[in-house]
Design a protein around this ligand. Structure first.
Ligand code: AMP
Length: 249
């Protein structure tokens, strides 16, 4: 079966994110960008499925501007066989991404699509669920283990208070949680090999999708700065402050 991993280019998780002066969003110019960490886990999962003989081909797909091609190359260096770049400069919201991914999944006839549970820039946590709904496929979100059977996937999910194991009939959608795997280190020879792997570039129009945003961002603000703390001399002073200043006890 063909498996697909969705990868998004986001501000690197080590960057201290700053709000733009006009409050229209966060600063992304001259900022280090990387693959969304949950998507690295998704790519690693798909590559392991191929190595275990469950997948015939691994296709990495990204939606975004020209620079997103770099993120695809990283997926190819981890081990994906080929890339699909849905090239658009439009602001992409989860519903638009899900529609674009649906078109790509149908075009490729993929049987399993693995996405990150959330993108660390918008923190939406919606795309996998929307994609499952649009395709009318079963979904297992927040996966920490995936086992493939005959026409099924058994997925362990990280839920409040423990683990839930569910069985899905393929084709299906899975979103990754942190404990699913530890992505391999991308080696220089694999970066070189990735340069020769094929990448198809498509436009939303070729896929028959209008990616126009449905939501309008009104303003983006920094959280209020935290006030400096004070050191109390003893427990009695702490209790006095909690009771009479903070009024929480
Ligand atoms: P979100 O719903 O925005 O938190 O994103 C959840 C997951 O959807 C991400 O971890 C990616 O796997 C996938 N995704 C979101 N945006 C894109 C994009 N522009 N291109 C490819 N995959 C995406």
């Amino acid at each position: 079966m063909k498996v697909m991993a969705a990868v998004k280019r986001v501000v690197d998780y080590n960057v201290n994110v700053r709000v733009k002066a006009d409050h229209s969003g966060v600063e992304t110019s001259n900022v280090k960008m990387s693959m969304n960490p949950f998507d690295e886990i998704a790519v690693e999962a798909t590559v392991r499925l191929k190595e275990a003989g469950h997948a015939s081909e691994v296709i990495a797909v990204t939606c975004g501007p020209a620079q997103s091609a770099e993120t695809l190359r990283t997926a190819l260096a981890i081990g994906a066989d080929r890339g699909v770049h849905i090239h658009t400069d439009a602001e992409l919201q989860p519903l638009a991404v899900a529609k674009l991914l649906k078109a790509a999944v149908e075009r490729e006839e993929a049987q399993l699509v693995i996405l990150g549970k959330q993108a660390i820039d918008d923190d939406a946590g919606q795309t996998g669920q929307l994609l499952a709904a649009l395709l009318d496929w079963p979904q297992a979100t927040f996966a920490s283990r995936i086992e493939i059977g005959t026409d099924t996937a058994t997925v362990t999910r990280e839920v409040d208070g423990g683990l839930e194991v569910i069985e899905l009939t393929l084709p299906a959608i899975v979103t990754t949680d942190l404990r699913l795997n530890e992505p391999r280190y991308v080696t220089l020879p694999n970066i070189m090999k990735a340069k020769k792997k094929p990448v198809d570039t498509l436009s939303p129009a070729e896929l028959g999708v209008d990616p126009a945003p449905r939501l309008k961002t009104l303003t983006v603000k920094e959280p209020p700065a935290r006030q400096a703390g004070v050191r109390v001399t003893d427990v009695a002073a702490l209790i006095d402050k909690l009771r009479n200043e903070a009024k929480v006890i």
